[in-house]
Each structure stands twice: as structure tokens, then as C-alpha cells.
Design a protein around this ligand. Structure first.
Ligand SMILES: NC(=O)CCC(=O)C(=O)O
Length: 265
């Protein structure tokens, strides 16, 4: 599997239309050198540009969907197009990821389950997803999560129980918590004996410098590739079969003990 993680820079100096065109061009450039291409979270607006969510929200099959479906088909790649601020038919907002097949068909969408911001921002502006999503590819199964979801290990166990071997995590992670980003990406890989492909944004928006440092980790916790802080395409090749081998040789997942009693108070 050849993966390209497009760590696009998100700044207020560029219009959403321009960034959408640039992202589509970057996806097309991966033709012939990638099987799977990944974009970050909310790259049209920026994950911290809360006031833009409503203004730039789109229906699921909106302008970003159209641009990304076309780019996936032109490049002939599986495309995790990151997430968009989705507005549903009732007017509610969601942070929704889109995955396209190499023919440009929508293979899956995932509404972010854990919303960031505590009592403000995304946590109050957007609705919470309720469904875990996996995507079957010819050679492996993807499990979908978004940014702040990375902090919630039980979500990933659910994805693994659903067959996930490659955990794909678009993000808009801030520089000030970069240490958590790399630590949690490796932890999710080790504990789930799965590949982690975590794609962040570069640049700065809404006064929040972004960490960049997109990262690919193997099921043993080894970092196969890590981007720098700026705009970059991180290209990594890996053998998805390593998941099965690791789970067989070190079968820790089989030793899970479920349903233990809570401590007495
Ligand atoms: N967009 C996000 O989910 C940000 C998450 C974050 O900053 C953190 O978990 O720390």
C-alpha cells in the first residue's frame, strides 16, 4: 500500500475556493504513486475557525464532495478527503469525513463522534456522530476517526472489532499539543496492532498555529514517516499484511478481558 498524506496549509490569506482547487490538484498529482491519499480535518475552513463553520457549511454532496470525487477518479486512488463542515437537511452541522473509491464513488462518510472545545467551538456548534465507520479496500480495512477522537481509545477498539487494520485520522491539531499527537498516534497503533495514518494541517488559522507533523505508524509502534511543520506531501509505503503477522506473533488482542466489575466505592 502506497499512501500519500497531504498536509495542506490552512490560512485566512487563501480563499476556500482556491484551497479546494489546490487540494484537488495535489490529489491528482498522486496518480501512479499512491493507492490511498489522505487529506486533513476541516481543511476548507480550518478546524479552529469556528465562525467559518456555518458560513462555509455544505450539504454532503456539496462543492468539496464534487471536487474530491472528480480528483479521486482522475487520479485512480482511494481518497480519504478529510472532513468538511456538513449541513444536513434539518440545518444541523457535523464534522463529516468523506472517503471515495478510485472510480469517484462515495465509499463512506463518517461524522466525528468526539467534538472538541468543551463548552465552546465545535463542541457546541456541531452535532455528534453516533456510528463507527470502517471501509473495506481490496487489500485491507480502514477504520475512520477524526482529530480529538484520537484521545478516546475505546472508539478505536470498536473499529478493530469491526475489522479495521489501518486507522485513518484526519486532524487539525495545534502546535501547542504536538507532543500528545505523536504519543497518541503511536499508542493507538501499538494497543490496536494496526497502522495509523494521521494527517494534520500546516499553517495558522484563527490565531492557532498548526502542528503539521503528519505521521504514519506501523502495528509495532515504529514511525514509518513523519512530516515537518510546513505544507508537505508525506509518502509512505507499507505492507498491510503486517497487521495479521503482528497480531499472530504477539496475540495481545486475544487476551482482552471484557466485562470486569467496576471498583466498589
Ligand atoms: N480539532 C480537534 O479535534 C482538536 C483536538 C485537539 O486540539 C486536542 O485534542 O488537543
Amino acid at each position: 500500500m502506497r499512501a500519500s498524506l497531504i498536509q495542506i496549509a490552512v490560512s485566512e490569506d487563501e480563499s476556500v475556493d482556491s484551497r479546494r482547487e489546490r487540494a484537488a490538484a495535489l490529489v491528482r498529482e498522486q496518480a501512479g504513486s499512491a493507492d490511498l491519499v489522505v487529506l486533513p480535518e476541516l481543511w476548507t475552513t480550518g478546524a479552529f475557525a469556528y465562525e467559518q463553520f456555518g458560513a462555509e457549511a455544505e450539504p454532503l454532496r456539496g462543492p468539496t464532495y464534487e471536487a474530491m470525487a472528480g480528483a479521486a477518479a482522475d487520479a485512480g486512488v482511494w481518497l480519504h478527503a478529510g472532513s468538511v463542515p456538513e449541513r444536513d437537511a434539518e440545518g444541523a452541522l457535523y464534522n463529516t469525513s468523506l472517503v471515495f473509491s478510485p472510480s469517484g464513488e462515495l465509499a463512506a462518510s463518517y461524522r466525528k463522534i468526539h467534538r472538541f472545545g468543551f463548552d465552546k467551538g465545535e463542541a457546541v456548534l456541531m452535532g455528534a456522530g453516533r456510528e463507527l465507520v470502517t471501509v473495506r479496500l481490496p487489500s485491507t480495512t480502514l477504520g475512520l476517526a477524526t482529530c480529538y477522537d484520537l484521545r478516546f481509545p475505546e472508539l478505536f477498539r470498536g473499529l478493530v472489532d469491526g475489522g479495521a487494520e489501518v486507522l485513518v485520522i484526519p486532524a487539525g491539531w495545534p502546535e501547542r499539543r504536538r507532543g500528545h499527537w505523536t504519543l497518541l498516534a503511536r499508542a493507538r497503533a501499538v494497543e490496536n496492532q494496526a497502522f495509523v495514518l494521521a494527517c494534520g494541517t500546516a499553517g495558522e488559522h484563527a490565531g492557532v498555529p498548526q502542528a503539521g507533523h503528519s505521521i504514519v505508524v506501523d502495528p509495532w509502534g515504529e514511525v514509518l514517516g513523519e512530516a515537518g511543520a510546513g505544507e508537505e506531501v508525506l509518502r509512505v509505503s507499507f505492507d498491510a499484511g503486517k497487521v495479521g503477522v503482528t497480531r499472530e506473533q504477539f496475540p495481545a488482542l486475544k487476551d482482552r478481558v471484557l466485562g470486569v466489575e467496576a471498583p466498589r466505592r
